[in-house]
Design a binder for this molecule. Structure first.
Ligand code: HEC
Length: 262
């Protein structure tokens, strides 16, 4: 009897708890739709042309607000840029240099060995320029959020008219995939915002997918090398296992009448 009562109380707790926390559920974000990423799975690879387009979108549409603090300019060689092109890209940005003779801060041109320059000198300046909201660094964004690349793409394609009964705050935009379903970032992409060199049509969907692929690569530029090594190690280990098995059979055959215990 006592046991049943205890069971009843535990079950009630499970069933009733959600009803006592309605506020937490009212503004949950929607799960973003899944895209077919070329880089998913153990044989996944990044497509160079997509990464180049994505870099162009980042440079032209995101870099004025979002930094990529963990990516060095020279990593762009993997996208097919030459060192001279990379020098030119880095040289467009000023970064803090050493103090001058009077102890005043200076600015110097970034070099290929530097990380992508931040658009703002510090977080306070970034907030001041964005209505009090901080545009986060995007270096690890695809790894930092639960739905990774799908989340990032979801945010970019997710802007909609807010439902009538939705309490949209001043200066915010309705976006079901962002936590709280409203975001301080104005829609950053419109159709034909960039002109792709390879003739691809620059729709919001296309640009969102390209820039997301670029940011997924930026979060893990060594992904392909690591996977290649992983596959090679697996192949080696399989051969090694077969070799060892044959060797064991041979050794045991020599010991007459004794069967291997395998
Ligand atoms: C005018 C400045 C501005 C531009 C341009 C801009 N963003 Fe943002 N972005 C913001 C701000 C501000 C936030 C923070 C929003 C908030 O906290 O409500 C943000 C948030 C985000 C988030 C959500 C981050 C999180 O914490 O989950 C993503 C993803 C993002 N931006 C990606 C991009 C991409 C990709 C581009 C380029 C296509 C871009 N942004 C262009 C200002 C900008």
């Amino acid at each position: 009897m006592k046991k049943n009562f205890f069971l009843f109380m535990t079950l009630s707790l499970f069933v009733l708890t959600p009803y006592f926390t309605p506020l937490a559920h009212a503004v949950e974000s929607t799960v973003p739709p899944k895209a077919n990423w070329s880089f998913k799975g153990i044989f996944g690879v990044f497509k160079r042309d997509q990464l180049q387009r994505g870099f162009q979108v980042y440079k032209e549409a995101c870099a004025i607000c979002h930094g990529l603090d963990l990516l060095r300019y020279d990593k762009l060689m993997a996208l097919g840029f030459t060192m001279d092109e990379i020098k030119a890209i880095a040289g467009e940005h000023d970064i803090p240099g050493p103090l001058d003779e009077e102890g005043e801060p200076t600015l110097i041109k970034a070099t290929p060995a530097d990380a992508f320059a931040s658009p703002y000198p510090n977080d306070n300046a970034a907030r001041a320029a964005n209505n009090g909201s901080l545009p986060p660094d995007l270096s690890l964004m695809t790894k930092a959020r639960v739905h990774g690349a799908d989340y990032l793409r979801g945010i970019l394609i997710g802007y909609e008219q807010a439902p009538d009964d939705f309490g949209l705050m001043d200066g915010m935009y309705y976006n079901p995939y962002f936590s709280g379903q409203q975001i301080a970032m104005p829609p950053p992409l419109v159709d034909n915002q960039v002109e792709y060199a390879d003739g691809t049509k620059a729709t919001v969907h296309q640009m969102s997918e390209d820039v997301t692929a670029f940011l997924a690569w930026a979060a893990e530029p060594e992904l392909e090398t690591r996977r290649n090594l992983g596959v090679k190690v697996m192949i080696f280990l399989s051969f090694f296992t077969i070799l060892m098995y044959c060797l064991m059979r041979r050794t045991w055959r020599k010991i007459k009448g004794v069967k291997p215990k395998l």
